[in-house]
Every structure is written in C-alpha cells, then in structure tokens.
Design a protein around this ligand. Structure first.
Ligand code: SF4
Ligand code: SF4
Length: 368
C-alpha cells in the first residue's frame, strides 16, 4: 500500500512541485579525477551570505530535501556554517563527497551539525592503484574506507557510488563485498557521461560490452546490480521519463539554476530572483524540458526510438543533449544498456517461464 509520503511524492511529481534541490557549493576539489564532469568558468563562486539567501529562497519554495555537493563541498571553510543554516531552515540533508577529509572528528561534526539522512561517497576500485589511477591522489582509497568507518560509527547511512569503467569493471564484485564489510550500500552506475561542456573524452573509459553482458545477466552480479532480473519501465501516457524540471532542481556555485544536475540549461540565477515560484512555473527552459520528458517517455513506451528494448532504458535527456545535440536523441550508451537489460530479461524469462510482473518492481525514474 502507498504510504502518505509516496502519495505526496506522486502528487508533487504530477504537478511539477519540486521536493528536492541539489546545491553545488563549489567547483574546487582536492581530487583530479580524469573523468570529472565539472567545468568551472572562473566566475566568482557564491559567498556565504549569498548561499544563506539562496537557502532561504529554497526553504520559502518548500523544498524539503537538500543535497550539498561540489566539486568537493567539504573544502569550503564555511561548510558547517552552511550546513547549520540549512538544518535551521528545516532541510533534510544529503552530502555528496569524495570522503578524503572525513576523519573521526569531521564525522562527529557532520553528525552533530548536518545530521544528514545519508552521505554519498565515490569509489573507483577495490584496489588502491585502481581507485587512485582515477583520483590521481595517493592514499585516497584508504581515506574512503576510513571515512565510511567513521561515518558508520556515528550511525550515518552511507551510499558508495561507483561509475563502472573499463578500468574497474573486474573489481565490481570486490567493491560490492568491501561495501558489505563496511555496512554501506553501493550503487554501480553503468553510464559514464561527457563533461558538462560536451567534451566526450571520459567516454573512452566506458566498461566493455563483454563486462556489461555479464553484469546484467550473471547471477553473481545480482547483489551488485540490486535486482535479480532487469525490470522494465511502465510509463503511462502523459507521464514524464524522469524528474528533470519537475521533481528537483540544481544550482551551481555561481547561482545558475538548472532543471537537474545533468541537464545544464540555465533557467535563471538564484541571486537575481526575489523568489523561485514564478520562475519555476513560467521559465521557457523548464516548460520545454518538462514537455520533452513527456515526449521521451512516450517514445520509449511506444518503442518508436528503441524498439523492444525501449522499456528497459534508463534514458537521460541531459546526456542525450551532450552526446547527440538533441535531448531526445537515442545515444549509444542508452541503447547499449537497454539492449543488455532486455537480453538479460529474456534469458531469465526463458529459464524461469515467468513474466516481468513476476520479477516484481519497475524501473525507477531518476528524480523520483
Ligand atoms: S572527486 Fe568529484 S568533483 Fe572532485 S575531481 Fe573527482 S569527479 Fe571531480
Ligand atoms: S535522467 Fe538525466 S535529465 Fe532526467 S532527471 Fe536524471 S539527470 Fe536529469
């Protein structure tokens, strides 16, 4: 049965009332990952006072969940001032970090001041040399492990997040086991995205086809992929493919407001707006992305774009626009993952004689 919160989420989704925001506090970072998507332009980042004012506007707009991220958010000297103000305004916080600065004392401060509902930490390998080949920082994997231990000791929920690459694909199971031993969740992402400026160089790190077939089909990866069998989308007519410009918004360190973290079409600047509601409902950018999200769900549902595998596709219009120039363009990674998911589903169906409904669940939408 649907809980009261689930009912509220669905109602707000349908009315495009955002419940969450992601705030990039800085582009500065103490890592130098080879596939970092950030593209700072050298503009002045927001001051503490400007961030406080932005938080007030988000609170007045009834945003409930706030993700503090970067760059690396913990490098900001005013991070705890910002976190404290956010908590005073009633936000439930999430923090995305590379974990490098989290020692025992920092974990205690995080618990005491931010009291986040969860933290997300990036991991790029089970072996130090693999992780550090990407971060370019010696000792950074051990720092991640220590950070998770310190946070778990404070009772904070931790999600490790791993973009799967050709470099770390053979360490996925070891990373899964490592997460289990640390009592953390781990989420593996099969999609490597271009940089925010459209540079496609990171795509050379994509996991191999042979690995993706194994990942989606083999039973030994069931825990790592968090589903026994790939499940399908079930978008009804008129529904959006994801929550872009609808369920959440993203703000960069200069104050630009985007429909979501991946789709960097600015809808305005929070420093220049008196309040968010008017912009949210009248912005041509946001009206257009919401319309495109409905159109894309329709294309996947009716299999116009992707054929049989369309309903197995986690499509991202932000990535599509970066890769093809068209937010509705069916980009190669989406096609590839959808095909592997469909094949894995068909293999499971042939083996068990069961249908998608029997597998339980539907493909979760980004932003919901
Ligand atoms: S930790 Fe994140 S923000 Fe920092 S360099 Fe790596 S990908 Fe970029
Ligand atoms: S799928 Fe992509 S475009 Fe849609 S909300 Fe997620 S990140 Fe944004």
């Amino acid at each position: 049965m649907e809980t009261a919160l689930q009912k509220l989420v669905t109602k707000n989704w349908n009315r495009a009332v955002p419940m969450s925001a992601l705030f990039e506090l800085t582009f500065v970072c103490n890592h130098a990952c080879s596939f970092c998507y950030n593209c700072p332009t050298g503009q002045k980042e927001m001051t503490t006072a400007e961030i406080f004012e932005a938080l007030r506007k988000l609170a007045d707009f009834n945003v409930l969940y706030l993700t503090l991220t970067g760059g690396e958010p913990l490098v900001r000297k005013d991070f705890f001032e910002i976190a404290r103000r956010a908590r005073e305004l009633g936000f439930a916080l999430r923090i995305y970090t590379n974990g490098y600065l989290i020692d025992e004392a920092m974990a205690k401060r995080i618990k005491e001041i931010a009291n986040p509902i969860e933290m997300e930490i990036s991991i790029h390998g089970a072996k130090p040399e693999t992780h550090e080949r990407l971060t370019c920082v010696p000792g950074s994997l051990q720092r991640v492990i220590d950070a998770v231990k310190h946070l778990r000791a404070q009772g904070i929920k931790v999600n490790l997040k791993c973009p799967m690459t050709c470099d770390n694909q053979e360490e996925v199971l070891d990373m899964y086991r490592l997460a289990q031993s640390l009592e953390a969740n781990i989420i593996f992402d099969p999609v490597i995205t271009p940089r925010d400026d459209g540079d496609k160089d990171p795509l050379r790190l994509m996991a191999s086809e042979d690995f993706l077939r194994r990942f989606w089909q083999d039973d030994e990866y069931a825990g790592a992929r968090r589903e026994l069998v790939p499940v399908a989308r079930n978008d009804a007519p008129g529904e959006a493919v994801c929550g872009t410009g609808r369920a959440s918004l993203a703000i960069d360190p200069y104050g630009n407001i985007y429909p979501c973290v991946q789709w960097r079409r600015s809808a305005g600047n929070i420093k220049e707006l008196k309040e968010l509601k008017t912009m949210w409902h009248t912005s041509p950018v946001l009206i257009e992305v919401r319309k495109a999200a409905v159109e894309m769900a329709d294309r996947l549902r009716t299999q116009k774009e992707a054929g049989q595998s369309g309903v197995f596709c986690s499509f991202c219009m932000g990535v599509a626009e970066l890769q093809t120039g068209d937010p509705l363009g069916y980009y190669p990674q989406a096609a590839r993952n959808a095909e592997f998911r469909l094949k894995a589903y068909e293999a499971w169906k042939a083996k068990t004689g069961e249908s998608a409904e029997d597998a339980g669940g539907v493909l979760a939408k980004c932003g919901m």
